[in-house]
Design a protein around this ligand. Structure first.
Ligand code: PLP
Length: 417
């Protein structure tokens, strides 16, 4: 399956209209217009998200689920309505399958500690891939230390595509969970998650999908993917930082013990016995990020209003354009050239450290990420210390790709190439 069918690439006027929704894109950086190509790290926010935050604090700020007063009821209604909107966006069966967390990292840790840790035994296996972000490696290593379980890693080929045959071989009697990234932040690879899930389910193995990068680029339908868990962060899909979601099938959540204890997650407490709240609140101890949840729903509404197809078509076109442009630059090597890719381009420049590239590009107002992208094993797989990463969003343009290519030429001049 292609991540996007280039049905109708939006015209430049349409993209200009989308751009105008993002106030920060009007910023000048060091005297040049901002060229923001670090969307894999975090996306910029449209006015509707900023307005939702402002409206929350101006008109409904109160704690949720606690007060009997008007503002608390308003905040609670908005907070729970946001949950229902998020559930619809990812096509969950119900709002109770949406657990608010701080982000992808916390969602994965929640599953690691609440779902896997209680059932993992020495020698049990957790299957991840060689292209995972540290957030989808370290939580499992902690469970391995705590239980004696073992981490198994599915290799990738030179293009950055998952070795599905190796995956099939590694899915074994002892596999207790597959945890796999939907879109690699370091390579851009889009994994065939529905296929991987059905292969795991055929062996009775549940699947967690790390959707941190996928949400902004792909239409995500958790029931079509048939995954047990899906984790994502608001800030990578045009929403605020500090809010994210763990989608989990209701039966999984029902069976899982709470992870953190405190207010909100209880029905009643005595010193002898505490009765836990229903799902999803059982997993939401303490005062939540109320404003963040409401603004995240506003972000997803924004994406829905534009539509996954136009965004996908635009980004696919931009990726093809940028890939061809960078391939034409001497001494540039692309890292991650899988057939199924989202709009993320990692590359290295001969004899120039990625940090130097990033720093020089910044002088021209071009924001890219330079480093290991919290995916050190990916760097090791390709024998590089770091890459430069240009990651695109719906508001990026061909002109910005041209600026990047010109910027790289400046870098090469500085290094006498
Ligand atoms: N997984 C992937 C693939 C990511 O790209 C990221 C962040 O870059 C994360 C997980 C962690 O997301 P967060 O820092 O929002 O929890």
């Amino acid at each position: 399956m292609k991540p996007f069918e280039a049905v109708c690439v939006p015209d430049p006027e349409t993209v200009a209209r989308w751009r105008s929704d993002f106030p920060i894109l009007r910023e000048q950086v060091r005297g040049a217009p901002l060229v923001y190509l670090d969307n894999g790290a975090t996306t910029q926010k449209p006015s509707s998200v900023i307005d939702a935050e402002r409206a929350y604090y101006e008109h409904m700020n109160a704690n949720v689920h606690r007060g009997v007063h008007y503002l608390s009821e308003r905040a609670t209604d908005a907070y729970e309505a946001a949950r229902a909107r998020i559930a619809r966006f990812v096509n969950a069966a119900g709002a109770e399958e949406i657990v608010y967390v701080r982000g992808t990292t916390e969602a994965i840790n929640l599953v690691a500690q609440s779902y896997l840790r209680p059932l993992a035994r020495p020698g049990d296996e957790i299957l991840i891939s060689a292209m995972e972000h540290h957030s989808n490696i370290v939580p499992w290593q902690l469970v391995c230390e705590q239980t004696g379980a073992v981490l198994k890693v599915v290799p990738i080929d030179d293009s950055g595509a998952l070795d599905v045959d190796a995956y099939a071989r590694l899915l074994g009697e002892r596999t207790r969970l597959v945890s796999i990234v939907h879109v690699s932040n370091a390579l851009g690879t889009v994994n065939p998650v529905a296929r991987l899930t059905s292969m795991a389910h055929a062996r009775g193995v549940p699947v967690l999908v790390d959707g941190a990068q996928a949400m902004a680029h792909l239409p995500v339908d958790v029931r079509a993917l048939d995954c047990d868990f899906y984790a994502f962060s608001g800030h990578k899909v045009y929403g605020p930082t500090g809010i994210g979601v763990l989608y989990a099938r209701a039966d999984r959540l029902e069976a899982m013990p709470p992870w953190q204890g405190g207010g909100e997650m209880i029905r009643s407490v005595t010193f002898e016995k505490t009765v836990y709240n229903a799902i999803p609140w059982k997993f939401e101890a303490g005062t939540p990020n109320i404003c963040g949840a409401i603004a995240l729903a506003a972000a997803l509404d924004y994406v829905s209003a534009i539509g996954a197809d136009p965004i996908g078509a635009h980004e696919a076109e931009l990726l093809a354009y940028a890939t061809a442009a960078l391939r034409a630059v001497p001494q540039v090597r692309l890292i991650g050239t899988a057939r199924e890719k989202a709009a993320i381009l990692s590359f290295v420049l001969d004899r120039v450290h990625a940090h130097d590239v990033g720093t020089i590009l910044d002088h021209y107002g071009i924001a890219v990420r330079a480093g290991h992208h919290c995916a050190m094993p990916v760097m090791q797989r390709y024998g590089v210390a770091a890459t430069v990463r240009a990651s695109f969003a719906l508001y990026n343009t061909r002109a910005e790709v041209d600026a990047l290519v010109e910027g790289i030429a400046r870098v090469q001049e500085v290094f006498g190439q």
